[in-house]
Design a protein around this ligand. Structure first.
Ligand SMILES: Cc1cc2nc3c(=O)[nH]c(=O)nc-3n(C[C@H](O)[C@H](O)[C@H](O)COP(=O)(O)OP(=O)(O)OC[C@H]3O[C@@H](n4cnc5c(N)ncnc54)[C@H](O)[C@@H]3O)c2cc1C
Ligand SMILES: NC(=O)c1ccc[n+]([C@@H]2O[C@H](COP(=O)([O-])OP(=O)(O)OC[C@H]3O[C@@H](n4cnc5c(N)ncnc54)[C@H](O)[C@@H]3O)[C@@H](O)[C@H]2O)c1
Length: 477
């Protein structure tokens, strides 16, 4: 080992304090009385409460409130300004402050979790220098070396900023900087029509920015069924978001925050758009390149994730990897499930049963309307040759959507052609993320879809509509 500093010993160490890591450390300290610590360079409790899920949803809610208030005349409320979207009128400072207040509360909550559990918090940048040995450099450049009998790697991922000429020099925003922006972009160009791109595109449009979304694929949300992506794109188009799909960006000039121009080709034709700000939302890379893995026997996959098995175990005994850096689907709730897997393993409950590859991966895209999904998508069933029965009903059949005046969207369910189990479910509509657990439970327990049809739902809740969509599944032939 290169370092001459004597290593401090822990029973369990985590590199990164994200979702899975903090729950593993808290639980192992509390239930097994072990000496545990997390190493973290930036944020108490990882990115979700600080710069990702929760702050973005806080800002998205502010955008919804802003949008509803700009339509106050629909509710008989006199408007101080012209109706419709009020470019330049949103007080972004207040929006950011509201978000900061929430984050401060969450930080206090995380700090409390560490204090209560007795888990040590080691601030600094961690790097493996030997097997199960990590050197931590703090902000003042001071180093300490720590060793763990068990190590959990949970270093997360970061936004990709590709090598397109001029892109890095343009100092584009990522979600991290966008969430701190106290000025309203006059024209935000969003590179990437995926989760991050669409959630922020709609929010910023609601605040009053002109927004252009650029995607290299022929449509946004390329992994979703075509009807789902088309429905959401239609809503956003109506709200004034401009799309340029099938677009290959070849050059960026200028500086985000001042003036920025993106050039390339769109469906083979020359393309150019000029805006005030540029957001990069073209996917994420795992933070595994600068953590000294070469000093260990820990292997990476081709995509740069830490290679793990069904129980989050790496190629080195006693070292686990969890969350985004391990290639688990990039969602906080999946990070939480990685915690459960490792906790079971550390509690001696590991079996030969697969865990990571067999779990449900539900998700909600927090646009307005939301997109919620679990299980098999229709196009996946078709590609895999899986026979299914389809039920699809408009969101307007969910009577709750009528009371909200938000009837855009639909719900569709895939039932097996062989038996009455549910293969998949997707909905696009107001708050449809809340519909998932009922369907998930039925799927997990392999219940026939008729169990949902036969339930008594309160009226008029959105979940009442589940009765109608599953009631529309055609009978088996
Ligand atoms: C804008 C945005 C919105 C999102 N919204 C949602 C959502 O609504 N729902 C959802 O489920 N998912 C959402 N996600 C995805 C979700 O945020 C991630 O999947 C999740 O946070 C990943 O957790 P993690 O523990 O793997 O990594 P992280 O939470 O990123 O934790 C990794 C931690 O490791 C630290 N670290 C890294 N390297 C080192 C090192 N060398 N030394 C010390 N510390 C280190 C980092 O500082 C970080 O705190 C969103 C993502 C983004 C970008
Ligand atoms: N609500 C949620 O749960 C939520 C919200 C935000 C993020 N996330 C997670 O974070 C992950 C990352 O989100 P993301 O939006 O950064 O990635 P993404 O993979 O969801 O979308 C990236 C988009 O960028 C496009 N793209 C890629 N390279 C491009 C290029 N050079 N030019 C133009 N377009 C390009 C892709 O076609 C794709 O549509 C998601 O996959 C998701 O797991 C979840």
């Amino acid at each position: 080992m290169g370092s001459k500093i004597e290593a401090e010993h822990y029973d369990l160490l985590t590199l990164g304090s994200g979702e899975a890591a903090k729950f593993i450390a808290w639980t192992i300290a509390a239930t097994h009385g072990k000496r545990c610590a997390v190493i973290e360079r930036q944020w108490y409790g990882g990115s979700c409460p600080n710069v990702a899920c929760l702050p973005s949803k806080n800002v998205i809610h502010s955008a919804k409130v802003h949008q509803l208030s700009s339509h106050g005349e629909d509710f008989g409320i006199p408007q101080a300004h012209e109706s419709g979207r009020s470019a330049g009128k949103t007080n972004m400072r207040a929006v950011v402050q509201r978000k900061k207040d929430m984050v401060a509360g969450l930080t206090a909550m995380q700090e409390g979790g560490f204090k209560q559990s007795g888990v040590g918090f080691i601030w600094g940048d961690g790097k493996f220098v030997d097997h199960k040995t990590i050197e931590v450099t703090n902000a003042d450049g001071q180093k300490r070396v720590v060793k763990g009998d068990t190590i959990i790697i949970c270093t997360g991922s970061r936004a990709i900023i590709s090598d397109v000429p001029g892109l890095k020099e343009a100092k584009p925003l990522t979600h991290v900087e966008l969430l701190e922006l106290e000025e309203l972009p006059s024209h935000l160009i969003v590179l990437g029509g995926g989760y991050v791109g669409l959630e922020f595109a709609q929010a910023m449009r609601s605040f009053g920015s002109a927004v252009t979304v650029i995607d290299k694929h022929e449509r946004v949300l390329v992994h979703e069924d075509e009807d789902v992506a088309a429905q959401l794109q239609e809503v956003l188009l109506k709200e004034g978001v401009v799309f340029s799909t099938s677009t290959s960006v070849t050059e960026v000039s200028g500086t985000s925050g001042e003036s920025v121009t993106v050039r390339g080709t769109a469906s083979g034709e020359a393309f150019e758009v000029k805006g005030s700000h540029l957001l990069c939302a073209t996917g994420r890379v795992p933070n595994t390149d600068n953590i000294g893995l070469e000093a260990t026997g820990i292997k990476l996959t081709e995509k740069g994730h830490v290679a793990v098995d069904e129980w989050c175990r790496t190629s080195e005994d006693g070292v686990f990897a969890v969350g985004d850096c391990s290639g688990s689907p990039y969602f906080t709730h999946i990070g939480y499930d990685d915690f459960r897997i490792v906790n079971d393993s550390l509690s001696g409950m590991s079996t030969s049963e697969p865990r990571r590859s067999t779990r449900q991966v539900p998700f909600t895209l927090f646009t307005d309307p939301e997109v919620a999904h679990v299980g098999l998508r229709e196009h996946e069933a078709q590609t895999k040759g899986i026979k299914y029965r389809l039920a699809k009903i408009p969101m307007s059949a969910f009577l709750r959507s009528r009371t909200l005046g938000e009837t855009d969207g639909f719900a569709k369910a895939l039932a097996s052609a062989e038996d009455d189990t549910i293969l998949g479910f997707t909905a696009i509509g107001p708050g449809v993320g809340e519909l998932l657990p009922v369907v998930q439970l039925a799927m997990k327990k392999k219940l026939p879809y008729s169990e949902i049809v036969d339930m008594i739902f309160t009226h008029p809740t959105l979940s009442e509509g589940l009765m109608f969509v599953f009631g529309a599944v055609p009978p088996r032939s």
